[in-house]
Design a protein around this ligand. Sequence first.
Ligand SMILES: [Zn+2]
Ligand SMILES: [Zn+2]
Length: 655
Amino acid sequence: MTNQAQQPCLKVIPLGGLHEIGKNTCVFEYGDDIMLVDAGLAFPSDGMHGVNVVMPDTSYLRENQKRIRGMIVTHGHEDHIGGIAHHLKNFNIPVIHGPRLALAMLTGKMEEAGVMDRTILQTVAPRDVVKVGQHFSVEFIRNTHSMADSFSLAITTPVGTVIFTGDFKFDHTPVDGETFDMARLAHYGEQGVLCLFSDSTNSEVPGFCPPERSVFPCLDRHISQAEGRVIITTFASSIHRVAMILELALKNGRKVGLLGRSMLNVIAKARELGYMRAPDDLFVPIKQIRDLPDRETLLLMTGSQGEPLAALSRISRGEHPQVQVKTTDTIIFSASPIPGNTISVVNTIDRLMMLGAKVVYGKGEGIHVSGHGFQEDQKLMLALTKPKYFVPVHGEHRMLVCHSKTAQSMGVPAENILIIDNGDVVQLTPDSISKGEPVKAGIELLDASRNGIVDARVLKERQQLAEDGVITMLAVISTDGVMAAPPRVNLRGVVTAADARKLSLWAEREITWVLENRWQQLSRNSGGKAPDVDWMGVQREIEIGLQRRLRRELQVEPLIICLVQPAPGGTPAYKGRADAEPDTRPAPRGGRGGGRDDRRERPERVDRGPRAERPAPAPEPRRELAAVGAAPAAAKVEEPELEGRTRRRRSAAAG
Ligand SMILES: [Zn+2]
Ligand SMILES: [Zn+2]
């Protein structure tokens, strides 16, 4: 928003898609106009418990929604269109221009989200030029990618033309015959391109990316040699791959059964729009395909990424109602795992093999090629467009760095290249490129409903629950600040070497400490008969104290939930056992002021002072505690050994 440059400049602000593969969302801004290019989603990484979808933080767009003139969509992959339906609930996008197939897929998502009336969808054809706002005009240049109907963009702005490649590879023999419109790229290169924003996904891979067609003979060999059923998994959105598999089924006299919602949806859409030509009778409903001989069937399904709920994953666990693995099955993984999914994929492969199936997977088999160009493809893009400035996008950091080296080897000076992160602002004028003041960028995590937002605190709590369990504690405290009953402590999923008695003793001590040192701040005598007590504050103080003690004494960080049950003033005090055993806690904490922070800053000291050997007279039976007590497994781990233990904590919320 800041207008630091006197000279008007074009701002390009990626809100997602950098330092990652996923949730590509880019903002173009000039004067009063904002144009969006793509809005994708990403999938959660390990440790994002219960999170289904990752979205970019769009506060910048919400704040500036009055200036949004429209959106351009390059192609229909989830990492480019998956966020749109969600965003339409939060801010206005007056019009969306995009390819027919992508918009058909988007329509399905928008109907599901109930936002069909929030925008206008405009279909484009190759070389169409659309105007967005006063300052942008965008030409759609046909490119080649694993998804059909995909485009690169030539964006003409008052400061010059920007080429935004979208996802691409140079495939000269595309499955659908729609070749890359290289002549158009060269035309812009000839006229002068101010800046190139180019796909970096495979910048580390030397050579040219093989054409999609090259997997055909390999798949053909596996399918024709299969003795029993053929089961193939791939991305439903890999339209060309799916089209080839259908062609091969026809060629090999096999009927096709489809499994998985996205597989059914995408194939229906693509056939309806003519992106796949397959006769109706090629398809047999999954319930009837079992009646055909195995040698005449091919099952095409989701699950190439080991997603737990996808068809093939369920089959591998023997949980699919219609399909069970047979030892005569040939199962083909015609996809490579997205980096974060490798473990789920190999686990699925293991399970399928253990069930006796023949599983075909991996690089050496020639059954998968990437949809993103390699180094030589990227060089060709640079050669055709001859950009003055260069910004590598769509990739993790090392890929961006590698792509920038490629550009330098092609003669783009290092100072004309920017490596940026989400939220960075690229400022372009006819003769300069620079980074402006960044805007807010981050992630929004959506849970299964896609409505609830999982914030960083919730995520931290889920991680704590998963890794260290939970301790709940009930404290009864009277309004005049005395502990009226022994605390009741419950453990779930906590492994600790401390016995039950010790834990409740520690709980008592924390309560006593809070009552002695914090009560004055937390209660206010407003003149009435009972003082005003900040019970939430009391709970929080007790939680923090116990948390710190457990971290220090046992090196565990369970989630601690303290509930305080207020008792009327004048309730007799429960006389704790605090005197029965010496405290191992460091010297009493400071008085007023710092609150929680003064405790944190105290030098950590593991005091292994005299351990209480004599059994304390238990004033009351503690049933809850005895029941869950100290987990037996932990008994062998004594506290001292625990000390240097390095704790693994995934910082999934970061980034
Ligand atoms: Zn793509
Ligand atoms: Zn992509």
